[in-house]
Write a protein that binds this ligand. Structure first.
Ligand code: ATP
Ligand code: MG
Length: 431
């Protein structure tokens, strides 16, 4: 074998394996999300990971960071240009239109899954990352904006995160108001051309609102003096925004209006929001969204109001870990390790394990497999992290009993008949 053939193949930079030691945390988070969506009357949608490149170019906007430099785009064998989805909204709109879900009806949808962006990998920023998103269609009024924000707030509440995140809110107004504001903004930036960095100079003609997003300290003072979108809202958008704020106030949701919050993507209008935290360094946005009333039409459908958000699962799990908010019982492991002490007990152990699983459907029981010496069997029981080992040896077989050994507590072992075992475990194992 040549040297190069023997070289181990590794995962792609910025794309992570989710190891068995970590997956219980994700399952804990995902279970909360699923339950919450169910409670709010949102239905799940699953779309393919790959779409035609044009879908993203047309919806996200040609001059956004995503389309300009972050997409995984390739030609397939037919020569069609395809792209690994960098976000979920465009796919959701494409699918909903294609299947008539937007025809004379409203929708409240949610999705989750991997997204792909060619960014510089760092903590909280990866090339394959995962989002949970919500998209609603057919609702004009601010009540649905409030509803999706309240849904996200309840998730933070239930995860213990609410006091660690801040809701930032802004309104971008109607497309027309934005266009008029854009002209004023460009005129202002033209007056301060010498202060603009290269990125901003480039954006001046393509996407001047994005300049407001800049974190460059050399531009901070100039940006503070820039005309504010909030002062140029159309009347309807202003009323919409005031109503939304009143709804959030009534629901007891705290927020700060951030007039510089513009979001990176082209398709937003009116409400935009972000949930941010200071606990994760510069990757501080854990959830972001807003209203995108123009997108469906832009992609060839009928004008359809839409509101949604996406949250980054990696960042949220990092945050939960940082704040030690993942409960012990959500960290995997099993309740019981069922241990045949020698090979003669294997068949009885298998049958007993299945009987317990039928009788106690929530019990997490691992059956010892793979034989081994007595010592190595006990070691495996210990390593399973189960608090209880159920032992089946020669004596137990003869008596149709088992021995319960408590691996984590200083407690006398128990001999119980096999018939009574499930009742005993029911009392011993928390559920
Ligand atoms: P950022 O400003 O951090 O680049 P963004 O505006 O590009 O975020 P969105 O497209 O709004 O992000 O995606 C919503 C959420 O998805 C973000 O708030 C973040 O939590 C998460 N996210 C976005 N890009 C990444 C990434 N490369 N790795 C991990 N999470 C990400
Ligand atoms: Mg980004």
């Amino acid at each position: 074998m040549s040297k190069s053939a023997a070289k181990k193949i590794q995962a792609i930079r910025g794309m992570n394996d989710l190891l068995p030691s970590e997956s219980p945390r994700w399952q804990f988070f995902e279970a909360k999300v699923r339950q919450l969506m169910h409670r709010y009357g949102f239905d799940e949608i699953r779309t393919p990971i790959v779409e035609q490149t044009a879908l993203f170019a047309r919806s996200i906007g040609e001059v956004t960071d995503i389309v300009e430099k972050e997409m995984y785009t390739f030609d397939d064998r037919n020569g069609d240009s395809l792209t690994l989805r960098p976000e979920g909204t465009a796919s959701c709109v494409r699918s909903a239109m294609e299947h008539g879900l937007l025809h004379n009806q409203t929708q409240r949808l949610w999705y989750q899954g991997p997204m792909f962006r060619h960014e510089r990998p760092q903590k909280g920023r990866y090339r394959q990352f995962h989002q949970v998103g919500v998209e609603t269609y057919g609702f004009d009024g601010p009540d649905i904006d409030a509803e999706v924000i309240l849904l996200s707030a309840r998730l933070w509440q239930e995860l213990g995160l609410l006091e660690h995140v801040t809701l930032e809110l802004n309104s971008l107004g109607s497309a027309e108001a934005r266009a008029a504001y854009r002209d004023k903004l460009v005129a202002y930036f033209d007056q301060h051309h010498d202060v603009l960095d290269d990125d901003s100079k480039r954006r001046l003609t393509s996407n001047p609102l994005r300049i407001l997003d800049s974190k460059n300290p050399a531009m901070a003072e100039m940006l503070n003096g820039a005309p504010q979108l909030m002062d140029h809202l159309d009347d309807e958008s202003r009323t919409h925004f005031e109503q939304l704020k009143a709804m959030l106030d009534a629901a007891g949701i705290n927020y700060v209006v951030n007039p510089r919050l513009v979001r990176g993507l082209d398709y937003y209008c009116r409400t935009v929001f972000e949930w941010t935290t200071t606990a994760l360094g510069s990757q501080g946005t854990v959830c972001a969204g807003g209203r995108y009333d123009g997108l469906v039409e832009q992609l060839g459908g009928k004008p359809t109001p839409a509101v949604g958000f996406a949250m980054g699962i990696e960042r949220l799990i990092l945050l939960l870990e940082t704040l030690e908010l993942i409960p012990e019982e959500a960290l995997g492991g099993c309740d019981v390790y069922l241990l045949p002490m020698d090979d003669n007990a294997t068949i009885v152990a298998l049958t007993l394990a299945e009987k317990l699983r039928s009788e106690l459907p929530t019990l997490r029981l691992q059956l010892h497999c793979g034989g081994g010496s007595f010592k190595s069997r006990m070691k495996k029981a210990d390593k399973s992290n189960a608090p209880i080992a159920v032992l089946l040896g020669e004596d137990e077989l003869a008596e149709q009993a088992v021995t319960l050994k408590f691996l984590r507590d200083d407690r006398e072992q128990l001999r119980v008949s096999q018939a009574e075992l499930s009742a005993t475990l029911q009392n011993l194992v928390p559920h």
